[in-house]
Design a protein around this ligand. Structure first.
Ligand SMILES: NC(=O)c1ccc[n+]([C@@H]2O[C@H](COP(=O)([O-])OP(=O)(O)OC[C@H]3O[C@@H](n4cnc5c(N)ncnc54)[C@H](OP(=O)(O)O)[C@@H]3O)[C@@H](O)[C@H]2O)c1
Length: 248
């Protein structure tokens, strides 16, 4: 029970990495609030996570939504030991195809969302809390055709460093996790055919040194380490979980 008596908030916790992390945190003794926009999945998520989970509706791009979520979490949990700012979106696009709508969406979900999620819960983070920001392997190296998402995630990686300094006095630790190409529903949200998704996944797998895409649980275990007191001397870093893609 590595998170016994701890409480956590996971944004984007109704699918993929966030949901796998919620499952693991609860198994390790935590109470967990997860958020998402699509309420049609909430009953299924509640049933899966059980009585130690709160499932809350909100868009990380909305400051009002994040304040309302923070108020609900405060009322239910009293305070927070762990924040996993996980909600995010990746979308491939050549520079010529970036329009203002896509720019705003990628930057708002990935960067604005993280800034105002933290701001909303800041008063409720307990001394010694762990904050984990979800970045991406695409910001580790130059990548073709995904510059906007990579830039957004690079900004988030920078926030983990700056905030680590800013909250040293409250003993709040900030770290990032950079997932590689993980087999989650993320890529299916790009509106492409099942065949296209299957082909892309096969391409991703071929390009990864270990030869296969990661699972959401691979990132969840990294999040568990950063959330737990076992990582109490780990501050401002980024843990890369990508099957060697950016390192070998
Ligand atoms: N999968 C990968 O290969 C990969 C690689 C590197 C980094 N990552 C990062 O890992 C994180 C999780 O990705 P995933 O693969 O688990 O994706 P996923 O399965 O698509 O899950 C995304 C989660 O975020 C929520 N979400 C999306 N936009 C939101 C918004 N505006 N406000 C609130 N919640 C929102 C989704 O719920 P709703 O849609 O209902 O809101 C869902 O719960 C993201 O930050 C992503 O960039 C993933």
């Amino acid at each position: 029970m590595r998170l016994k008596n701890k409480s956590a908030l996971i944004t984007g916790g109704t699918s993929g990495i966030g949901l796998a992390t919620a499952r693991l945190f609860i198994a390790e003794g935590a109470r967990v609030a997860v958020t998402g926009r699509d309420a049609t999945v909430f009953e299924r998520v509640k049933a899966e996570l059980g009585e130690n989970a709160l499932v809350l509706k909100g868009d990380v791009r909305s400051i009002e939504d994040m304040r309302a979520i923070a108020a609900e979490v405060k009322e239910q949990f009293g305070g927070l030991d762990v924040l996993f700012a996980n909600a995010g979106r990746a979308f491939p696009s050549a520079v010529d195809d970036i329009d203002e709508g896509l720019y705003n969406e990628i930057m708002d979900i990935n960067v604005k969302g993280v800034v105002f999620t933290l701001q909303a819960v800041l008063p409720d983070l307990r001394e010694g809390a762990s904050v984990i920001l979800n970045t991406s392997f695409v910001a580790q190296t130059g990548q073709h055709g995904i510059s906007l998402t990579a830039a957004a995630k690079a900004a988030v990686r920078s926030l983990a460093r700056s905030w680590s300094y800013e909250f040293l006095d409250r003993k709040i630790r900030f770290n990032a996790i950079a997932p590689g190409a993980m087999d989650t529903p993320l890529i299916s949200r790009w509106g492409m055919s099942d065949e296209w998704v299957r082909d892309r996944k096969a391409e991703f797998a071929k390009a990864i040194p270990v030869g296969y895409m990661g699972k959401a649980e691979d990132v969840a275990y990294a999040a568990l380490y950063l959330a737990s007191d076992e990582s109490s001397y780990v501050v401002g870093t980024e843990l890369v979980v990508d099957g060697g893609a950016s390192q070998l």
